[in-house]
Design a binder for this molecule. Sequence first.
Ligand code: F6P
Length: 447
Amino acid sequence: MKKIKLDLKNVSPFVDEATVEKYAEKASDFRNDLLNGTGEGSDFLGWVELPSNTPEELVAEIEDVATHFRNTVDVLVVVGIGGSYLGAKAVIDALSHSFDMMTQENENPIILYAGQNINEDYLSELKEVLRGVTFGICVISKSGTTTEPAIAFRVLKALLEEQEGEDASNYIVAITDKEKGALRTLADQKGYKTFVIPDNVGGRYSVLTPVGLLPIACAGFDIKALIAGAKEMQKHLLLTSFESNIAMQYAAFRNALYDEGKKLEILVNYHPKLANISEWWKQLYGESEGKDGKGIFPASVNFTTDLHSMGQYIQDGERTLFETVLSVALPNQEIAIPETEEDLDNLNYLAGKRLDDVNKSAEVATTLAHVDGGVPNFRIIIPRLDAYYLGQLIYFFEFACGLSGYMLGVNPFDQPGVEAYKKNMFALLGKPGFEDETEEINKRIEE
Ligand SMILES: O=P(O)(O)OC[C@H]1O[C@](O)(CO)[C@@H](O)[C@@H]1O
């Protein structure tokens, strides 16, 4: 089997060799910190060994529960926010037919999402489409106390109970901490089927635990292939030499770019199915690195679509950005451009060419133009879009993120900044225990 590759050709000219060397020298130590738990945040390194250590029995249990849902429901609502849904959505969207809801042969439940916002229209409309439909709920929260998914679950559970009566609990699975949190208490009391999120795996690193694996299996995709791909990458990233370790290279070069004033990284795809891989990646890198007044800001675009909107800025705006292009080597489908006799649209010069040839030309053309415009370009080559290579990609990004955070000098496994909005919101809503904050925030608003 092939491996995903990292092409540095269009990054190297933008960085000082000595700076890269500085990070490259440290890369091996940081790699050891990840493997041996000797760096900051070492309580949250459970993800490092997940691909090689996930027990077969757990995979079989996930597949059994997925089969139960695939046989009993038409829709599965995944309730979660951040790392508790982004990985599953990223993989499911990458592997699904682009027009899934229009295909007749879909034997798997439609996967919908809730709890990733607090919007009243969204949840009302979701309830509207679920009314009268056989649906299940997969509620995911590591802490078991996050407000957004807790509200959505309460609302959807009420609808499910209204429709299924005493049987409702057979349509619910909860993925949460083994003993802590409100969701654990509720699940135990109601007798829901549960899966555990290991203590030592943070939300944004949890896609290869039941958090990602169960929804992906319910959608009908091959979780064993996903894990096998991740395992292959895990083996590869054990390599100690900088020249052969693509995670060390990516981490070192992006930190060198940061030192050169490139403060913003744009993850680029030329494949619409990868759009949500970018959303997952943004949380992974944003929450891991954006702290202590530092960190590359992760952004994303979908090309060629966004070349007709953001293309102008990337080519010509502030020179503080670099791109990381996800390039899928081979499409899974084939379509050639037809020839017409009249050639009224002047496209006969492309007749017979595959669409992918045109897409690849756009990719090469754009990369060259952006490099000429002062935008360094990493290129990650994914042999094809399937579960195995997505597993490789996920593990590569996770490992590189850990390394990159250490190179930046931050703890890549905490997210203290996320608490600030929560504290204010609880104060505004008058949550018990936040009385002093409520008084303070009300004064501030009235001023
Ligand atoms: O799984 P939980 O505990 O509901 O958390 C969801 C998300 O919220 C955060 O904790 C941020 O508030 C993320 O790190 C996490 O992925």
